[in-house]
Design a protein around this ligand. Sequence first.
Ligand SMILES: Cc1cc2nc3c(=O)[nH]c(=O)nc-3n(C[C@H](O)[C@H](O)[C@H](O)COP(=O)(O)O)c2cc1C
Length: 202
Amino acid sequence: MISPKFARKTLDKGADGLVLVRSGAGGHTGEYAMLPFIDEVRRFFEGPLIVGGGIGSGRAIRAVENLGADFAYLGTRFLAGRETMISQEYREMVWTSAMEGLIALARHHRCIGKLDARQCRGCGYSIEDMKDAAKLDFSGDMGAGSKAWKHVWSAGQGVGGITKPEAVADVVATPVAEYHQAVTDQSQGSRFGTVPSQKDGA
Ligand SMILES: Cc1cc2nc3c(=O)[nH]c(=O)nc-3n(C[C@H](O)[C@H](O)[C@H](O)COP(=O)(O)O)c2cc1C
């Protein structure tokens, strides 16, 4: 869910875990920043919490754990994996795009999508159309037609970290190795010195 309101609603319906999609995510993204969003939800929910949006490295996965989430949810990181079914053109755009190449898309349900400005004219929308919710209709089958993700290419703000063809196994193995390195690095404290302990009067 993309807001504390939807999180509460989902819990009321009996969910025992939550996926928080924060700003910077691909597809139907959220709009809230990760830190306050996790804090806000943690004020009323102690159960399993998954967080997605802009997470692409093992260090980021570790950071999400430190913020109070239990799991990280990666979407964009897998987008251009060799086994995925997106077109070659879309794949190449993922490899060559970075966050500043994305445009925010006005959406119904208060979601904001992310589109690459180089591509949106080719799908029948101008950049201005993309920012005008009234002109967009992504209802129906998202796998067909000129209004689907198949033709309207989307990526999250972590897209700049994907620069080459990779097998999905490597897309998994790399963050796992980075995660363990991040845990080790963290155990060594700050490279700028230690935070004074409380008994030192800090
Ligand atoms: C191309 C693409 C299409 C997506 N489509 C949907 C969708 O139709 N509905 C949805 O709830 N989330 C959708 N998502 C969002 C993912 O479920 C997930 O929340 C998101 O990818 C996590 O953020 P990240 O992409 O920055 O890793 C999509 C993501 C991508 C990259």
